[in-house]
Ligand binder design. Structure first.
Ligand SMILES: Nc1nc2c(ncn2[C@@H]2O[C@H](COP(=O)(O)OP(=O)(O)OP(=O)(O)O)[C@@H](O)[C@H]2O)c(=O)[nH]1
Ligand SMILES: [Mg+2]
Length: 445
């Protein structure tokens, strides 16, 4: 997802991070490279211009904080601006006070509406315990109804259809009534696409919209079509209006960057992103997380943590208390990783704790792994972090997907936590090395 853009941006920011002092020349070069990276990824020209101007302005006046180098400060600014660019509004759908919530999907032919309808139904059932239904209101092609019916069967979600009419409004209305009668709380309406934006399409959509009063109108955009997708979004925004965007085919990388302009150009947030043909490959779109992914997550998290460093003495004390009590959940795990990281290279820390180096053999403490460790833990639910024993096979697969890692890597981490928990128990019985004194020793070196 956004691989090219990600590589290019990280390249542009790469040498900045390590510098203690930045000259104006360094800064201009970085800005040029950022501009190129965005343009090459097909981000809208005007959007790029504004973006770079904002980063430049902020970077020029950026206060050099105690905990960040100037280069890191710029990475942080780029991260914030990227997040802002992709939309800081929430990705949640609007749910009706009185069910059913109606979601209308619109978009050009082949953009992925029908697949997205099924995926969304699955996501809402799995993630939010909803009981969705699908309505086949694409009556342009007979095959469209079959396609939705088949998808519905695959995921065992009812599909309302009527092969005897060409009246999309009647089908949509009737479908919603039926869904309501059967106690379904979300109804997702699939509509017909057109080759391009034309009058009949807009009219039909507007009519369906008026008739069924959807709580969410989502525009489905194929991110592989680059700038074309942005033009479609603009046209829809003018003619039919919509509440948010579903970006599809983000797995095809080349021009994906265009999608990043959608929010800036139309003011509508990206709510969901689809990253493959499989039905579970749809996720809520989180601009901040996406920005982190694009910029190389680990580094950004490091930055943010460093900036927060000063405030966290209480946290250490709390942690020690919990460890003594023999608890060691994934929350503790994550926290301890973060604490250790703030104190310097992990290997040196581990080496300084008596007896720890040996016990940690086999547990990976490579600094580069940390971003991944965080991503994995952050992809767990609160419950999973507290009670790791419930993490079964399907949960592992989900966590791997959510964190962009493999099941094997998730397994490794589960094992590592177990080992650490055991170790912590032993230490808890004996003497606990004082984390603060280790930190102090580290600073003196
Ligand atoms: N690789 C990839 N393929 C996708 C994705 N989403 C949809 N597709 C594929 O794109 C094609 C078109 O998807 P549909 O859901 O049928 O598109 P549609 O908008 O309903 O098309 P019409 O009904 O003809 O207007 C299908 O082959 C899907 O499998 C995605 O995120 N990644
Ligand atoms: Mg379709």
């Amino acid at each position: 997802m956004f691989d090219t853009l990600s590589d290019k941006l990280q390249g542009a920011l790469g040498d900045l991070r390590s510098r203690g002092v930045l000259t104006d020349e360094d800064l201009s070069r970085a800005m040029r490279e950022i501009r190129l990276a965005l343009l090459e990824a097909d981000v809208n020209f005007k959007v790029v211009k504004d973006f770079v101007a904002r980063v430049k302005e902020r970077a020029g006046g950026a206060a050099v904080t105690r905990s960040l180098t100037p280069g890191q400060e710029i990475v942080k600014i780029v991260h914030e601006e990227l997040t802002e660019l992709m939309g800081s509004g929430g990705s949640r759908l609007a749910f009706a006070g009185r069910p059913p919530t109606v979601v209308l999907l619109a978009g050009l032919q082949g953009s992925g509406k029908t697949t997205a309808a099924a995926k969304l139904a699955l996501l809402l059932r799995k993630g939010e315990g909803k009981s969705p239904a699908l309505v086949a209101a694409d009556l342009q092609r007979p095959a469209a109804i079959d396609q939705l019916e088949q998808l519905g069967r695959q995921i065992q979600i009812p599909v309302y259809l009527d092969r005897s009419t060409k009246d999309a409004i009647a089908v949509a209305r009737h479908g919603i009534e039926q869904a309501q009668a059967q106690g379904r709380d979300v109804v997702i309406v699939d509509t017909a696409g057109r080759l391009q934006i034309d009058e009949p399409l807009m009219k039909e959509l507007a009519a369906v919209r008026k008739a069924v009063k959807p709580h969410n109108v989502l525009l489905v955009l194929d991110s592989m079509t680059g700038q074309e997708a942005v033009a479609v979004a603009e046209a829809f925004a003018e003619r039919v209006d919509f509440d948010g965007v579903v970006l599809t085919k983000l797995d095809g990388d080349a021009r994906g960057g265009a999608a990043l302009s959608v929010k800036a150009v139309t003011g509508k947030p990206i709510k969901l992103a689809s990253t493959g043909e499989k039905l579970d490959q749809l996720e809520y779109f989180h601009p901040d997380r996406m920005a982190s992914r694009i910029l190389g997550m680990g580094d950004v998290l490091t930055l943010i943590e460093r900036a927060e460093q000063a405030a966290e003495v209480d946290e250490q004390e709390e942690m020690e208390r919990r460890l003594r009590a023999g608890q060691f959940t994934f929350d503790d795990f994550l926290q301890s990783y973060r604490m250790m990281r703030r104190m310097g290279p992990l290997k040196s820390i581990v080496g300084m704790i008596p007896g720890l180096g040996k016990q940690l053999q086999g547990v990976d403490v490579d600094d580069r792994e940390l971003g991944r460790v965080e991503a994995i833990v952050l992809s767990m639910t609160a419950d999973e972090r507290r009670r790791p024993e419930i993490i079964n096979g399907s949960r592992r697969a989900r966590i791997a997907r959510g964190s962009g890692t493999t099941v094997q890597q998730v397994n490794q981490l589960l094992t590592a936590r177990k080992q650490m928990a055991k170790m912590v128990k032993q230490m808890g019985k004996g003497k606990m090395p004082n984390i603060q004194s280790i930190a102090a020793a580290q600073r003196r070196r």
